[in-house]
Structure formats: C-alpha cells, structure tokens
Write a protein that binds this ligand. Structure first.
Ligand SMILES: Cc1cn([C@H]2C[C@H](O)[C@@H](COP(=O)(O)OP(=O)(O)OP(=O)(O)O)O2)c(=O)[nH]c1=O
Length: 192
C-alpha cells in the first residue's frame, strides 16, 4: 500500500480523509495562494490545488499519493479567507439572501510515478437574508476566520443556509465523492 499524503493543514480535510484512510501522512506545503480577480473560479482553485500538491511532491522526502485541495466562494468575484473583520462582514453581507457557488479544486499526484489528476467540484448554496445584527453575532464566534467566504456550513454557519444544491463535503473543503471516483479510476485506491 502506497503512502497517502494529504498536503493540507485544514482540520476539516484531515478529518474527512482520515475517516476513510488510516495512517494518512499530513504535510503542509509552503505556498503562496495568490488569487487573480480576472481568473475564473474553477481555474483558480485547480491552479492553487496543483501548486499545493506539486510543492509537497518537491519538498516532502516521503513519496506516495499526494492529495491537495483549495476552496473559494464565488458571487460576482472570488472570495477566499477574509483578511479582517471588515472584509468578513462585507462578504457575508454580499452573500445575504442570494445564491453563491463554492468551488473546490483537487489535485492528486503520485510522486512515485508522476501520475497527476486535477479537477474541481461546484456546489450552489442559497443564503437566507442575514441581518447586520446576525452577522455581527456570527463573527463574534470567530468561526469565519479560516474559511473561504467567511462562513462554515458545518458550524454555526448552518443557520445561514436556505438551500444547498450539490456536494455538501465540497463546501467543507473536500469533495469526497469526486475524490473517490478519481482515486479509484486513476490511482487504484478506493476510499471504502
Ligand atoms: C465555505 C466553507 C469553507 N470552509 C473552509 C474549507 C477550507 O479549509 C477553507 C478555505 O481555505 P483553503 O485555502 O482552501 O484551505 P486551508 O488554508 O484551510 O487549508 P490548506 O491550504 O492547508 O489545505 O475554508 C469550510 O470549512 N466550510 C465552509 O462552509
């Protein structure tokens, strides 16, 4: 059995993958996640996921199947993790009462034989109308800090969601169904 290396520091990605694969090795590559406003969200997430996996394949001495991902929220523009309270507030205000999409790019590289696959998943999320008071109380929880679009669907952010269309785990940062399909098809590895 090959080593499975998750190139991520995201606790959600670690938890989701560990549910299916024992003894995954976690390595967090040092990458510069630069977003160009003019790029398409799908191109952006696939490019950043590739950079994370590629950097891990270059920098990590242990070889194996490397899995990396990147998530953004998209509504008229790409939203990554908010840099401060004001940006988080304005992100949630702009998402209020509307449907946005969440894109996660995934990249899998077998650093033993060079096989590489890059893909993405898209999920639509419709938000309720959010009052300024609700947004302020939500931001007080601090949950938004390390999350694209300034919310976590798996946490208190669930109170904002009116409807979701697509893969739930994709919103949390790892589209497990798509990942399983790719691992089975190209890497002879089944999650279950
Ligand atoms: C929209 C949304 C995002 N997120 C998270 C998933 C990602 O971890 C994060 C977006 O940041 P990313 O840059 O995709 O990932 P990361 O910096 O957390 O981890 P790493 O680069 O080391 O793999 O937002 C949620 O947990 N819940 C949500 O509902």
């Amino acid at each position: 059995m090959k080593n499975i290396i998750l190139a991520s520091k995201s606790p959600r990605r670690i938890e989701m993958l560990s549910k299916y694969l024992e003894n995954i090795i976690v390595f967090s590559p040092d990458t510069n996640e630069r977003v160009n406003d003019l790029d398409l969200p799908e191109t952006t997430v696939m490019k950043i996921a590739f950079e994370k996996a590629w950097k891990a394949s270059c920098d990590f001495e242990i070889k194996g199947i490397i899995i990396a991902a990147d998530t953004v929220v998209f509504l008229h523009k790409i939203m990554g993790k908010p840099k401060d309270y004001e940006e988080a507030f304005s992100m949630l205000k702009s998402l209020s009462g509307k449907t946005h999409s969440v894109y996660t790019g995934i990249c899998i590289i077998d650093s033993e034989n060079g096989t590489k696959v890059v893909d993405y998943e898209k999920t639509f999320v419709e938000f309720n109308h959010l009052t300024d008071d609700f947004i302020r109380r939500y931001l007080e929880t601090g949950e938004h800090l390390d999350k694209a679009g300034a919310y976590g669907i798996q946490g208190f952010g669930e109170l904002m969601v009116k409807k979701i269309d697509g893969c739930y785990n994709n919103v949390k940062g790892l589209p497990l169904t798509k990942l399983n399909t790719i691992l089975t098809k190209h890497f002879s590895l089944k999650l279950l």
